[in-house]
Design a binder for this molecule. Structure first.
Ligand code: AMP
Length: 206
């Protein structure tokens, strides 16, 4: 079972992907987390990506597609994946379609979390303030200037993906401005429907 969570930065994709991961035994793949790990490790990829990420731009498609392709070969992805922050462009979506087709796997649900821009900016600034208060270094892109750039990229390059999946009849939209547990319930209903049963049945899918 493979699921994509779409939505602007701060929509709650990471939080909800984490909840789905536990519930359905799937693997959450966050390209943002993977890239931040590369930056921390100081790898060649991380060095290439850092400035782009800090400014709120998008890392080139070929880099992202190679990274996801390699990651999906690993054993923890065999039961299925929740993609969080990927795909972010139509070429990435097309590459994923191809990747899954080659593996003989389906895309079971594509769920867009809808939240308005003012609300997501407030969430992102709150995340930065909470990190600071907890003594952690806030993300370099959790500031208003990078957020504006991330939103621009989202509207220009990521929002068209919804149409890609809508035309495939796969897109579901959820109100991401609801409390976390309500969003979780809405997602569960969609995912359970896609799995042809409840979470229990989904857990046993190959
Ligand atoms: P995120 O943690 O998903 O908000 O991603 C943080 C940053 O990592 C983004 O602003 C981009 O610079 C980069 N990034 C993450 N995922 C992708 C992707 N699928 N394509 C291009 N850039 C990405």
């Amino acid at each position: 079972m493979n699921i994509i969570l779409l939505g602007p930065p701060g929509a709650g994709k990471g939080t909800q992907a984490g909840l789905l991961e536990q519930k359905y035994g799937l693997k959450q793949l966050s390209t943002g987390d993977m890239l931040r790990a590369e930056v921390t490790a100081g790898s060649a990829l991380g060095q290439k990506a850092k400035a782009i990420m800090d400014s709120g731009g998008l890392v080139p498609d070929d880099v992202i597609i190679d990274m996801i392709e390699a990651r999906m070969q690993q054993a923890d992805c065999v039961k299925g994946v929740i993609f969080d922050g990927f795909p972010r462009t139509v070429p990435q979506a097309e590459a994923l379609d191809k990747m899954l087709a080659q593996k003989g796997q389906a895309l079971d649900a594509v769920i867009e979390l809808e939240v308005d821009e003012k609300a997501v900016l407030a969430r992102i600034l709150q995340r930065a303030a909470e990190d600071q208060a907890a003594g952690n270094t806030p993300r370099k892109d959790d500031n208003e200037a990078s957020f504006r750039k991330r939103m621009q990229e989202y509207h220009a390059k990521t929002a068209p993906i919804s149409q890609h999946y809508k035309s495939q009849g796969r897109l579901s939209v959820v109100d991401g401005s609801q409390p976390i547990d309500r969003v979780e319930k809405d997602l569960e209903a969609i995912v359970s429907g896609a799995a042809g049963g409840g979470p229990q049945a989904a857990r046993h899918m190959p």
